[in-house]
Write a protein that binds this ligand. Structure first.
Ligand code: MUC
Ligand code: MG
Length: 376
């Protein structure tokens, strides 16, 4: 029947620049707005789907920028998929792999949109197509990244008071290690010993700085240290991991499942951060999770400050994982002045709730998209 004709009619993109509530700093960039490429697919049955590719400050966190993502989608990936069934997830991933190497954010956004459209066609949640949910909510971490320790302490206290977040990831690497440590000391003494603190250095330290400063992080009872050294320095990361009593979280050092296998075998860390922009698709992200788990790594549900659209895609896969020891950090919908959907993903009692309607379970707010769409 026509309603079941899941052939892909068109794929389109919109770049949006959505303002953030405050400046968000990382080792090599800072943002006051989040730039996304929204990918819309339209099927022959008239059903549409939405996906989101997130970036951080241009082509800096990874090599893709919104401009390159749009070009890759429109010039190479969309032509490879037009006319194919949206339900042929694995075949479509192979087609995208042949049309473009890497470009994982672009591919991940398209696959998310196809899952959304396919789910809406069939009346199924995206998570059902990904294996079915084993959890409906997960603990959600908040990131402190203004660089102003007074502001950060206030922000964290507010999150605790409102019972929204009780675990915090502190962004390091944009100051000298000594001043980042002062920020951390202020947070630890202001928040007390029961609050779980995670540090993300975003590749900002040398091995020598790790040797010098990891003991101070141990003293402050940091639960996890994310990507302290360059993503290219796997040997150095593994030596740092061997010296410290804090587990290391592998982030930029491993995008593909093959890279996960290598980083795990080399002992670069004992936790892996899952992200669509690293895996290039939700099915592939689940395989990366399996490879990490098979090597004994615990799992952390990573983000790149996605809106509720990208967060919903991640949650659809995270909720199907047998284990997700560290929960997730999908605070993105809350860092935006305005989310991009009509009803934001629900946060409740320190947890984020997986949307429960068909597809990704979020509805795009077209008025907001019009306001934030890049005019060029
Ligand atoms: C990263 O490196 O983890 C996620 C949260 C945040 O503050 O930065 C991102 C990227
Ligand atoms: Mg990180």
């Amino acid at each position: 029947t026509p309603a079941k004709d899941t052939a892909i009619r068109s794929i389109d993109t919109t770049i949006v620049d959505a303002p953030t509530r405050r400046r968000h700093r990382l080792s090599n960039t800072e943002v006051t707005h989040q730039s996304y490429v929204l990918v819309r697919v339209l099927l022959e049955n008239g059903v549409s789907g939405i996906g989101e590719a997130s970036t951080l400050g241009g082509p800096r966190w990874a090599e893709e920028s919104v401009e390159s993502i749009r070009a890759t989608v429109m010039t190479y990936l969309a032509p490879a998929l037009r006319g194919q069934s949206a339900l042929a997830f694995e075949a479509n991933a192979i087609r995208m792999g042949k049309a473009a190497t890497r470009n994982y954010a672009a591919k991940g956004a398209i696959e998310s949109a196809l899952l959304d459209a396919a789910g809406k066609t069939l009346g199924l949640r995206a998570s059902s197509l990904l294996g079915g949910a084993v959890r409906e909510r997960m603990e959600v971490i908040w990131a402190l990244a203004s660089g102003d320790s007074g502001q950060e302490l206030e922000e964290a206290k507010e999150k605790l008071r409102r019972r929204e977040h009780r675990q915090f990831k502190i962004k390091f690497g944009f100051n000298r290690p000594q001043s980042d440590l002062k920020r951390l000391e202020a947070l630890r003494s202001g928040l007390g010993n029961d609050v779980r603190l995670i540090v993300d250095v975003n590749q900002g330290w040398s091995e020598a700085e790790c040797v010098r400063f990891m003991p101070a992080l141990e003293e402050l009872d940091v639960a996890l240290v994310e990507q302290p050294v360059s993503a290219l320095q796997l040997e150095a990361m593994s030596r740092v991991a061997a010296r410290t009593s804090i587990p290391l979280l592998v982030d930029e050092a491993a995008f593909t499942k093959e890279e996960v296998a290598r980083a795990a075998t080399m002992g670069c860390g004992s936790v892996y951060s899952l992200k669509l922009v690293k895996s290039g698709g939700l099915f592939e992200m689940k395989r990366a999770a399996a490879v990490a788990a098979a090597h004994g790594l615990e799992l952390y549900g990573g983000c790149l400050l996605e809106s509720s659209i990208g967060a919903a895609a991640h949650l659809a896969a995270f909720c199907t994982l047998p284990k997700l020891e560290w929960g997730t950090e999908h605070f993105g919908p809350r860092i935006l002045v305005e989310d991009l959907v009509t009803t934001s993903i629900k946060f409740d009692e320190f947890e984020i709730c997986v949307p429960d309607s068909a597809g990704l379970g979020v509805e795009v707010d077209e008025d907001k998209i019009r306001v934030f769409a890049r005019k060029d």
